[in-house]
Each structure stands twice: as C-alpha cells, then as structure tokens.
Write a new protein. Sequence first.
Length: 97
Amino acid sequence: KYALYSSYGYTQRDIAHLFVAGYGSGMVLGSIVGGLADSYGRKRLCLFYCLSYTFSVLMKHCKHFYVLLLGRVFGGIATSLLFSVFESWLIGAHGER
C-alpha cells in the first residue's frame, strides 16, 4: 500500500502525516479560495493551480520527508483550486456574454 512512499522507506505513520498535510491544506484553503478568486482573479488562480500541481508532482521524486510534505501541501492547494476556481471562471465568462 502506498508504494511510492513505502519504497522510500517511510512507515505507515509517516505516510499518514503526508496525507493529512495534503488534505489539511486543501481543507483550509477550500474555505477561502472563493474570496481569493474574487480578489486576485479567477484566471490567475487557474494558472497558479497549474504551477502548484506541477510543483507537487515534481516533489514526489525527492526522498526527503519535508520536501514530500511540502509537495503534499501544494497538492492540497491545487485540489482546492481545481474544484472551485475553474468552474467559477467558466460561469463568470459565460455571464459576460
């Protein structure tokens, strides 16, 4: 189970911490992402999604725990953006027509 992190030599407890960091960051940002999209722009946050998810995936190639943890945090942020900002950008663009 969790082949990537297990292959790096991490225990189930360490892996659980990584997943909690990812889901926790998504939970925290998920509650404020709508306001951020209104303040900074939906398109800009969509582009930030691309950067944060790319960063998250690249961090999985490193075996250091804190780098993996940072990658999971960025993955949680990307997930929050994915499930909110793109749809609001589409609805906003449709409303302008």
